[in-house]
Design a protein around this ligand. Structure first.
Ligand code: NAG
Ligand code: NAG
Ligand code: NAG
Length: 429
């Protein structure tokens, strides 16, 4: 998701709410008070780590900030029994072991503590040597590195220019020296990217090679916190769950789920890092006026707006297929406004919803043949998604579940509506 870094700069403006709890009343967003550190002064953080809910915590001299905006508080007021300066912290990614998956590990001198749900786990603090044998004391930084991004579920421990790559399952350590990287005072994995923080700056690096691309360092105050006079501020647009209305939703072949509302999209499958909305044009630069319907098929994503359909190849980036956009009529044989569209996994049929009717189009057959259509038990549908667990049809702030397209087509009464929640899409309850 290269595109996300390029757009980090905008996330404050578009953050729906997850990472930014209601602390707007703070006059100074840097969040200081007598004797408290102000992160807008340009401080160096001791540690940064997200928690199990995707909230990012910034540690400095016994104080902590629990989001991108808002004031600091004593760390002991948030993480019970945590006081004093910390050296490093990371969130454990250990899907094989629910006992410590998503716990925050905090390092102080030769000790490590494990926190979950803001509470210190039993048996902690422990010696670092007991819990992570071979990892040095007085660390500079630590960051999780899940399998897929590192070879195995790992933790990167930083001390000076040395990086100790710790395999969580085998406890094996691989040593690397990244002399080209600044010494990291803290490190963060956020939305699949890796950031080394030094001074008030940060540098993005590759978690395996340490490679740095692009123009770094950058000033963290422009990206990772809300500071007055650091541009990009604006007020966050917190959407109430009761007001939410999706334009479209889809899961692509890489397993990434996107919702589209107005000019923004939010990726749902990276919810461990909070839910953040970005402008649609950052991902699909030709799609400038929002979308009416979106579906995914054979490593491509189809975005429909008005009478146009944009087809993008699904890769790390989205690339517009040559010759597009085309008209919906030309591409799919469909006329008129499309409200929602979805393809079920490993099927070739796109189900197109227009008003209270659903038409089927076989995407493997040209010329396209549009089925006559069936009446649906609902009208005013905004979006539809088909997955292994059946179909979800979204209308306003609710969705309806059906086991299959056939059941949707055959049912004469709408099933029980389910509320769209904050946990699903990051709106505000
Ligand atoms: C988290 O802690 C709070 C307060 O100690 C408790 O009420 C709640 O049940 C805990 N939640 C979980 C998921 O353990
Ligand atoms: C931060 O980065 C800028 C360049 O973007 C550099 O001029 C400045 O010296 C750096 N400051 C610190 C404290 O690292
Ligand atoms: C850096 O850029 C090169 C060339 O574009 C690319 O092959 C490499 O994957 C990039 N590395 C990172 C860490 O983004």
């Amino acid at each position: 998701m290269e595109l996300l870094t390029k757009t980090l700069v905008l996330f404050l403006v578009f953050t729906l709410s997850k990472a930014a709890p209601a602390q707007d009343s703070a006059v100074n967003d840097g969040g200081d008070g007598p004797g408290k550190p102000d992160r807008c002064d340009g401080i160096q953080f001791d540690a940064i780590a997200p928690d199990e809910k995707g909230k990012v915590h910034y540690f400095k001299d016994g104080y902590i900030w629990n989001s991108f905006r808002g004031p600091s508080q004593l760390s002991s007021e948030y993480f019970r029994d945590l006081s004093g300066r910390v050296d490093a912290a990371f969130r454990m990614h250990n899907t094989e072991n629910p006992d410590n998956h998503d716990h925050i590990y905090v390092f102080q001198g030769d000790k490590v503590s494990s926190y979950f749900n803001q509470s210190l786990e039993e048996g902690y603090p422990k010696g670092i040597q007991e819990e992570f044998p071979g990892i040095p004391n007085n660390l500079d930084a630590a960051v999780e590195c899940p399998k897929g991004e590192c070879m195995t579920n790992s933790v990167l421990f930083f001390k000076g220019n040395d990086v100790h790559v710790y395999d969580i399952a085998t406890k094996a350590i691989k040593m690397k020296t990244w002399a080209h990287l600044p010494v990291c005072a803290s490190a963060l994995r956020w939305l699949e990217h890796y950031y080394c923080f030094h001074g008030h700056n940060f540098t993005r690096f590759h978690p395996v090679s340490g490679e740095v691309n692009g123009t770094y360092p950058k000033d963290a105050r422009h990206y990772f916190m809300h500071c007055p006079n650091f541009g990009h501020g604006g007020d966050r647009t917190a959407v109430k769950c009761s007001d939410i209305k999706l334009d479209a939703i889809t899961t692509d072949d890489a397993g990434r789920t996107y919702i589209f509302t107005g000019p923004t999209y939010t990726r749902l499958d990276t919810h461990r890092d909070g839910l953040h909305a970005f402008p649609i044009v950052r991902g699909w630069k030709e799609v400038t006026k929002g979308v009416d319907a979106v579906f995914s098929y054979t490593n491509k994503i189809y975005l429909i707006k008005g009478d146009q359909v944009y087809i993008y190849k699904t890769d790390t980036h989205f690339t517009l297929v040559e010759g597009y956009p085309k008209t919906v009529k030309e591409e799919l044989g469909i006329e008129g406004h499309v409200d929602a569209a979805f393809v079920c996994p490993s099927e070739d049929t796109v189900h197109i919803i227009q008003g209270a009717r659903m038409h089927d189009v076989d995407l493997s057959a040209t010329p396209r043949v549009v089925s006559q259509g069936v009446p649906l038990p609902l009208s005013g549908i905004d979006a539809g998604l088909c997955g292994a667990d059946g179909i979800k049809i979204f209308r306003g702030s609710h969705f309806y579940k059906y086991a299959s397209p056939m059941i949707l087509a055959m049912s004469r009464i709408a099933p029980f509506p389910v509320k769209i929640t904050s946990a699903m899409v990051g709106c505000e309850d």
